[in-house]
Design a protein around this ligand. Sequence first.
Ligand code: FE2
Ligand code: FE2
Length: 243
Amino acid sequence: MPTATQSIREIVATQPSAAKVFERFDIDLCSQAENSLACACAELQLSVDQVLEKLASADAQEQGGSPIVPAALSTERLIQHIVRVHHQYVRQELPRLAEMAQKLADKRSDRAPELRIVAELLEELRAEMLAHIQKEELVLFPFVVQMDQESIIAYPPAHECFRSVSHPIFMMEQEHESANHIVAELRRLTVGFEPPEWSCATHIALFGGLLEFETDLNQHVHLENDVLFPRAIRLEAELNSRG
Ligand SMILES: [Fe+2]
Ligand SMILES: [Fe+2]
């Protein structure tokens, strides 16, 4: 657990969720990086105990969350889980990471020119992923839920945009590949999201956030490509065979 005598930089390096807590308290990751938490709090007239408490609960949240068994969930519950956990995360994290990358590139690209490309790639990823999850939520997911609910009827519900659910699924899988490709490129450019020795706390927080994003994207894509999409295709085939 972090302590009041640790520097902001050390805390962010050991607990990635700390960056968001500091942002909420207006503790600047760059200018306060080498200050102890106690000192940063004194400067902003914050209660150290209150900040430590928030750091502890952010850490508990990060570690916690009972693992779900996707195969055991109904189709509707699985979709709800994907939207509430992973889509929500994309909406919160990508704008934050893209903004942080831009700020870092403006300050440090003279020393690390690749940070410019990191910022551009994150902006591309942000635009692609936000459009992608919107398509899933507005078109594909409601259709799959409807198909699931109508499975007692002998034919699949028609959709005006496509003749088979495999078409939008194919498109979504291609977009997953594109997102994975961008994240792989970010990993390559940042040498495994490892901040260099001279990094400021923003640098450390950005790379920590990218590593966390990569893990979340893997889980998100796995739930769709390997669980939800095959289930939707089976459901449609079943409904067609009854028709
Ligand atoms: Fe998704
Ligand atoms: Fe997706």
